[in-house]
Each structure stands twice: as C-alpha cells, then as structure tokens.
Design a protein. Structure first.
Length: 376
C-alpha cells in the first residue's frame, strides 16, 4: 500500500490554495469531502473542504480564503476525477459554496455496492472491509464553523479523504474486472444531474405522508401549501419543518380553514400564526379556486397488487444473488410499486440505463406473464 501522511495540512490563504490547485490538476484523480452545518438552516453552511492527493490530506478553510476560484476550476476540470463517498450532501454543499457541481465523480459507496459489498456502506466500514483500517468516529457531530478547529477535528477531517484514493484504486480495479465501470459512471452522472436539477417546489406535496388520501381542492391546497413552504424556507434559509410542519400542512389541506381561529385549531399557532397566518389563508383560498386541480396520487397497493409485488421481489432477489449485488442497487421500492400500478408498465428513469437489461426487462416479462395468467 502507498505510504500516506494522514496528518492534516491547513490551507487558509488564496496563494496556498492557488498553488495546490495547480498541482492537483496535474493528477488523474483527487479525493474530495466537505464539512458543513445544517441544524438551523435550509441550506448547508460550508465550513471546510478536504482534498486528498494520495500522499497528503489538505483542509481548506473556506471561511478565511477570499479567492476560491482555483478550487472552483479544479471541480470543473473534467480531466480530474473527484473521489467522494456518499456524496449527495457534499455536492449540495459545494454548489452552495462555489456555485458548481464537481464532475466527473467516483462515489466509493456506490462502487462498493456494485462490487458486492452491500448497499449504503459507510466510509469507515468500507475502509475497514477493504483496507483493514479502523477510523475514529468521535467528531461526527462537531461544530465545524468554530475557529480554531480542535486538533481532534482536524485529524478526523483529514482521515475523511486520506484513504479515498486507495479505495478508488481497489474499487476501480474490481469494477473493470467485472465489467461494471460503465455502470458506476452512469450512476455518478445521475447524481450530478440530480444535484443540478433538484425537485421543483411544486412537487414536494407528493412526499407528504398520506397525501394519496386527498383529492380535488384538498390536494390542491396541500400542493400550494408545500410549494409556499419550500420557497419560503429557501428564502429565509430555514428548515422546512421549523417554518411549517408536514403534519400541519396535511391538517390545513384537509380542513381548508377560512380564518385564523381555524388555523390555530389545526395546530398552526403562536408566532408562526402571527407572522404567516394571513398568507396561509390566502394560499388556501387561491388553491380551492384553481381550475387545474392536481391528479390524485397513487394509492397504496391493494391485496392483488401486493401479491404481484411479492413475486417481483422474489425475482429481484434471484437476480441480485446471481449478479452478486444488493437488491437496493438494482431497483428501489417505489420503482417496483410503479411497475405494479401502471396499466402499461414501461421502464423509466434509472431503469432505462444499465438496469434495463439486468433487471428492467426481466421484470416486465414477469409482469406480462402474471397478467396473462390473471386473464385466464
């Protein structure tokens, strides 16, 4: 194994960063991670960027450096692969800090799953399994915005990128040997696309528990309330549920209140009622007058559909075992349910790529056979 200096190297001037970025852009790949805070804000607050070059670990103090443009250019340099682990939140943090999403990326969590190590494996577990190295977990919930950072924080942050280049080498070799390098590239490209195009505020109502029970004016109210909450939370940089809890959104949509007293009865009260009561009443009032009511959301599977889902899962398990993959990598629960509920099921989204041949088409064939038997 390559000798790696895991001690943190602090970078807090524009000159240091610029010189290092010139060096990093000469490499084929660099490790990348972030530390951020988010407990009381909608957006992540970038607190630190870590870079590992396979020899040393660098901690970039974005709070102190005035000119981060060289780092931005590095992230956009498509000749340099950015090695990350479970990177969705890191992509969001970097977009918040620099206004860009790094590309291309190599997510070691996805790579480990495609190599048969299980879905959702954490960084420390991956390092332990592949490199037989134990990493500390003591600083997971640190205040990363404080300055100066403690030595323990710095050491922890450095270790987050120390072994990523080694994991990259091991996992890339595995994927090449089993012909799955293209699979990983496709899934990582999808992660970048999702980070660049987050779900529109108008669709957040679909995530509310029990929203399928509503229709017509109630569903329109839920949609518009969730849209208002999403936009306002972003504008105020406040967590969604600090502004308006999901269960209250649901209660307001069901009751369609017309005055502040009714808002209070639905659980929306206190300072929030004083500050936002009038606008919520206006949102609800406009929603019930809409001419374009949203379509009712899919209901939970009925008994017959549940039996079909059970049979599809059995086939997923068989294919996953054959391929040496965790079932979650092949297909998600909602994707399976959508196939079962559709009158004319077709492959969409993730199922149109490498998964089409491996899992999508086989499941469509199973569905066709099951429906033929139902007709008989």
């Amino acid at each position: 194994m390559v000798e790696i200096d895991t001690s943190p190297r602090w970078v807090d001037t524009s000159e240091q960063l610029a010189a290092l970025c010139v060096e990093w852009r000469q490499q084929r790949a660099v490790a990348l991670d972030t530390e951020f805070m988010r407990s009381r804000t909608f957006y992540p607050q970038p607190a630190l960027v870590q870079v590992g070059d396979g020899k040393h670990c660098y901690l970039i103090d974005n709070l102190a450096i005035k000119d981060l443009e060289p780092l931005r250019d590095l992230l956009l340099d498509t000749a340099v692969t950015k090695i990350m682990h479970s990177c969705s939140e890191d992509l969001e943090t970097l977009e918040r800090l620099l206004g860009v999403i790094p590309e291309p990326i190599f997510d070691t969590q996805i790579a480990a799953a495609m190599g048969g190590m299980g879905a959702g494996l954490g960084y420390a577990a991956t390092v332990r399994e592949l490199l037989n190295i134990e990493l500390p977990k003591s600083e997971t919930r640190s205040d990363w915005l404080q300055r100066p950072l403690s030595e323990a924080q710095k050491s922890y942050a450095a270790l987050d990128v120390a072994w990523l280049p080694v994991l990259y080498g091991v996992l890339l070799k595995q994927l090449k040997e089993c012909g799955r390098e293209g699979w990983l590239r496709e899934d990582c490209t999808a992660l970048i696309g999702a980070a660049r195009n987050p779900q529109p505020p108008e669709l957040y109502y679909q995530k509310v528990k029990g929203a399928w029970r509503l229709r017509g004016k109630q569903l329109a109210a839920l949609q518009d309330l969730c849209t208002w909450r999403e936009r306002e939370a972003r504008a105020l940089d406040m967590p969604r549920n600090h502004l308006l809890k999901e269960n209250i959104c649901m209660a307001l949509a069901q009751q369609l209140p017309r005055h502040k007293g009714a808002l209070s009865q639905a659980g929306f009260e206190g300072r929030a009622l004083r500050e936002h009561g009038d606008i919520l009443l206006e949102v609800i009032s406009r929603a019930v007058e809409r001419s374009d009511m949203p379509l009712r959301l899919p209901q939970p599977l009925n008994r017959q559909q549940g039996e079909v889902l059970k049979q599809l899962r059995q086939h997923v398990s068989l294919i996953a075992e054959r391929e040496g993959l965790p079932p979650e990598i092949l297909i998600r629960k909602k994707e399976l349910e959508s196939l079962v509920q559709a009158r004319n099921p077709e492959l969409q989204g993730r199922l149109c790529g490498w998964r089409a041949q491996v899992i999508g088409q086989p499941l469509l064939e199973v569905l066709r056979q099951l429906r033929k038997e139902e007709i008989k």
